[in-house]
Write a protein that binds this ligand. Structure first.
Ligand code: M6R
Length: 615
């Protein structure tokens, strides 16, 4: 949560930082701020609201020809969103400025100590405590800024990504990380800093990702020094060359990132399959599975750990793994798993799924499972993310950057990866014969084309959405492979349209939720053909008898449900294990359209942030 951008060099930092903050707004957007300075002056601008408001306010200020700047877009943790709690924060002397992402857990005791030493505080944030602690140490110990930062961080409990500068000596930026990502872009005698690399993609492709417990001193003369915060050991920077295209982080003519990302799914899934699904050879190639083949073959149990949409994908994984490889699977909320002293046995494999690879609860759960001796496998989208680096092995989804807060292509590519793994393990464990596996492989290769077709013929969804844009509640039902899709459909609707929505296994209706059904209740039912179809049709009858409004996702050519439902949306006929990918698409579009009709900001829904790096 929270986005950080900073720059030191010969260019004007303002457009770099404002442009960068726009790209990081997915991380938080309740307030924003920027500090710029030159050798003799500095200028602080902070505002409640989005980066656009900050940019407008900045235009009213005189240009001081700065060469250094730090900026921040905030997702509030300590202190409500307002101007004074917005970052950058400054020390009592007014010399040191800092932007911070993360939470200083022991800020209260540190604050009391600082108050006892005469410090005062203008904000309610934990971050203001840290910048003053740095100042206190700098003065008391008479050390350079980087040393004061290091000593202060050794007293801190919690998580941070920070950039600190001294406006009275603006020759360097001090950057440090523990638990909150930071990327450093290397320019011509200049440095860019971002919570990820997107802010500086159009300035440089050379990037150094800081590891946990590392700090860097970035000097105006182009020098970079990295060291370990605890051991003080110098670290040689590992420079990576970014491969992302600028198009992938722009809206590309779409009204919203979410819509663009929904439409990108055929390509994203093709990218996930590329080089892995080898239909001609009748096999699937996943290096990380081949390398740890024995572990997977000997696994007694697989435990999925994830949050939100990635947790829903994990549930699909449970159905897939049970079906294809007959192995016991458990699906855990990372936030529960981490605090439960979970039982991890030898020969358990823990699979962590995360789009961002930075979700704090998933990362913490991963570390606990690792300590307990499990083999940890990661499924991430963001290359080089914390989770992908902490796992023993893993696979990337290759969905490309997902900017819309609501996950869309991340979900469908996670399921695609899970299908690939399930098919690969079925091949290795010989739970299916090669003919059957080849048929599944061939069918999987057709999925991107089918999604493309489905999206092209989805205009009826806009009409359906009109009927339900004023609804207060909505129920989603599905069974088997499509129960997780019902959960995901409900999450999509509530997070971007603020309509209360719940997903249930269809048969659970009669155990309580059916009491909610009346003529005002829309019920979205995934009623595709095969297992349980007749049972879901009975559930639809039960809803109809109680005058609920039925929106059914059905297999192409279905006539039975069409007679019962108020609206039907057809998806192509595919094997049941592939339906979650296809059935999800109309639900994404339906939520999107309802949210648009309600005038909601779909890319930046209230109270949310894309990457949840706090507990
Ligand atoms: O980056 P992750 O996949 O770990 O994120 C987990 C959840 O925060 C995320 O899936 C969230 O639920 C979605 N953005 C909802 O659309």
């Amino acid at each position: 949560m929270c986005g950080i951008v900073a720059y030191i060099g010969n260019k004007d930092p303002k457009p770099i930082i404002i442009g960068g903050l726009h790209r990081l707004e997915y991380r938080g957007y309740d307030s924003a701020g920027i500090l710029v300075c030159n050798n003799s002056e500095y200028q602080l601008t902070k505002i409640t609201g989005k980066v656009n408001a900050l940019s407008k306010m900045l235009e009213t200020k005189p240009n001081i020809a700065p060469h250094l700047g730090i900026g921040h877009t905030r997702w509030a943790t300590h202190g409500i969103p307002n101007d004074k709690n917005a970052h950058p924060h400054y020390s009592n002397s007014g010399k040191l400025y800092m932007v911070h992402n993360g939470i200083i857990e022991n800020y209260d005791s540190l604050k009391m100590e600082l108050i006892n030493r005469g410090y005062s505080f203008y904000s309610d944030t934990d971050s203001e405590v840290l910048v003053n602690l740095i100042e206190e140490i700098k003065v008391k110990e008479n050390v350079k800024l980087h040393k004061a930062v290091q000593l202060a961080l050794n007293q801190v409990v919690g998580a941070y990504g920070i950039v600190v500068c001294d406006t009275f000596n603006p020759k360097e930026l001090i950057v440090a990380r523990l638990g909150s990502p930071l990327a450093i872009g290397l320019g011509e005698s200049s440095f860019y800093v971002g919570s990820d690399a997107t802010p500086f993609l159009d300035h440089t492709r050379k990037v150094v990702y800081l590891e946990d417990n590392e700090m860097a001193v970035l000097s105006k003369n182009g020098k970079i020094n990295i060291k370990n915060i605890i051991s003080d050991e110098p670290i040689h920077p590992y420079i990576e060359e970014l491969q992302w295209s600028l198009n992938s982080i722009q809206k590309g003519g779409y009204r919203h990132f979410m819509l663009k990302e929904i439409h990108e799914q055929p390509k994203a899934i093709s990218d996930t399959l590329r080089g892995r699904l080898l239909v001609d050879k009748g096999t699937i190639q996943i290096n990380s599975i081949n390398e740890y083949k024995e572990k997977f073959l000997n696994a007694k149990r697989i435990v999925f750990v994830a949050c939100g949409t990635s947790w829903h994908a994990s549930l699909v994984g449970e159905y897939l793994f049970e079906y294809f490889i007959r192995i016991p699977v458990e699906v855990e909320y990372a936030s529960e798993f981490r605090y439960r002293d979970p039982i991890i046995e030898k020969d358990d494999i823990v699979i962590c799924i995360s789009q961002s690879g930075e979700t704090a609860d998933t990362l913490a759960a991963l570390k606990i499972a690792k300590e307990k001796g499990a083999f940890i496998y990661g499924i991430c989208n963001v290359v080089g993310s914390s989770i992908s680096r902490e796992t023993h092995s893993g696979i990337y989804t290759h969905a490309g950057p997902e900017i819309g807060v609501a996950s869309t292509k991340a979900f469908s590519t996670q399921i695609t990866v899970l299908i690939l793994i399930a098919l690969k393990l079925a091949e290795l464990k010989k739970t299916f014969d090669s003919r059957q596996l080849h048929d599944y492989q061939a069918e999987l290769s057709q999925i991107p084309g089918k999604i493309e077709q489905l999206i092209k013929t989805s205009s009826s969804i806009d009409e359906i959405a009109k009927n339900y844009s004023d609804s207060q509640n909505c129920i989603y039902l599905g069974r088997g492979f499509n129960f997780p899709v019902a959960l995901e459909g409900a999450l999509k609707l509530k997070e971007i349209s603020y309509i209360h929505a719940e997903g249930y296994p269809a048969a659970e209706m009669k155990h309580g939720p059916i009491a909610l059904i009346d003529k005002n209740m829309p019920v979205v039912v995934i009623a595709t053909k095969k297992t349980n179809y007749e049972k879901v049709v009975s559930n639809i009858q039960e809803i109809k008898s109680r005058e609920g409004k039925i929106i059914a996702i059905v297999s192409e050519g279905d006539e039975t449900v069409a007679k019962l439902a108020n609206h039907v949306i057809e998806i192509p006929n595919v094997s049941e294990c592939f339906t979650p990918i296809l059935a999800t698409i109309p639900l994404q579009l339906l939520s999107y359209q309802i949210a648009i009709n309600r005038g909601c900001n779909v890319d930046q829904p209230r109270n949310l942030a894309k990457s949840v790096t706090v507990e």
